[in-house]
Ligand binder design. Structure first.
Ligand code: URA
Length: 242
């Protein structure tokens, strides 16, 4: 939603609206790195980055929704006890803190959503909502019909049996297979364990879709804001429109 710049600044606790107008006139305010001197300027508090004297204006109720194409070699956590890079190291220039929703292993790449909206986290990660997650995997050996059936029936891993999952062969490559795997659970290293259990260890693993959200043309290491319709879709998981 577009609102007047001084209103958003005031409601974010910068100063009164009148004082904020003066700051804008005085050339102290930037929006998305562009100097703005016109107080009526319209901004979207959920998307635009506002700075006063070079300091980012944080709005406490501002919800951010980000899609990252995670590279291998980053951990999905806010901090790492071993000092390894985290996915947050890849997200710069945003006005509020965000948190990874769900996790991808250090050695898994692909689609990761980050947000500060706790309700959305719940909808994407809670098993009761059954959100499909699709991974493209390069696995050792040639996958066959029996493997696909094992995935459909459920596979025993440690002390549990996985829920029915889908495996689709994309192609065979030099004695190995590229497959798309869709699961709707999210146990620790689940896809890797499922593939190992049927004798096809994973060589490379990339998440390409969560529900209807896909990476599109986003390059490895890049991020973008989710579109309004993508956020609406995610908020509607489980059927309750917000
Ligand atoms: N399953 C895995 O094995 N690893 C991931 O990172 C995600 C799903």
């Amino acid at each position: 939603m577009e609102e007047r710049l001084q209103k958003v600044m005031a409601e974010s606790g910068v100063a009164s609206r009148r004082k904020c107008e003066e700051m804008i006139f005085a050339g102290r305010v930037k929006v998305n790195d562009v100097l703005i001197t016109e107080p009526g300027y319209k901004v979207d508090r959920d998307k635009d980055l506002i700075e006063v004297d070079g300091n980012i204006v944080k709005s406490f109720d501002k919800k951010l929704y980000i899609l990252l194409n995670k590279p291998v070699g980053y951990i999905t956590s806010v901090k790492d006890q071993f000092g390894r890079p985290t996915v947050l190291d890849l997200i710069n220039g945003i006005s509020n803190r965000v948190f990874p929703i769900g996790r991808l292993d250090y050695d898994t790449e692909g689609l990761l959503i980050l947000s500060n909206d706790g309700e959305l986290t719940y909808r994407i990660t809670h098993p009761k909502y059954n959100t499909n997650k699709t991974y493209r995997a390069l696995v050792h050996g040639e996958v066959d019909r029996d493997d696909i059936e094992s995935f459909e029936k459920g596979i025993t891993i440690e002390d549990y049996v996985t829920a029915p999952a889908e495996m689709k062969i994309i192609k065979y490559a030099k004695g190995n297979s590229i497959v798309d795997i869709t699961i709707h659970e999210g146990r620790n290293r689940q896809v890797r364990k499922m593939c190992s259990a049927i004798g096809h260890d994973i060589i490379r693993l990339k998440r390409i879709r969560i529900g209807e959200i896909s990476l599109g043309g986003l390059k490895t290491g890049e991020w973008r804001y989710l579109s309004d319709s993508e956020v609406k879709y995610l908020k509607n998981i489980g059927g309750i429109m917000k």
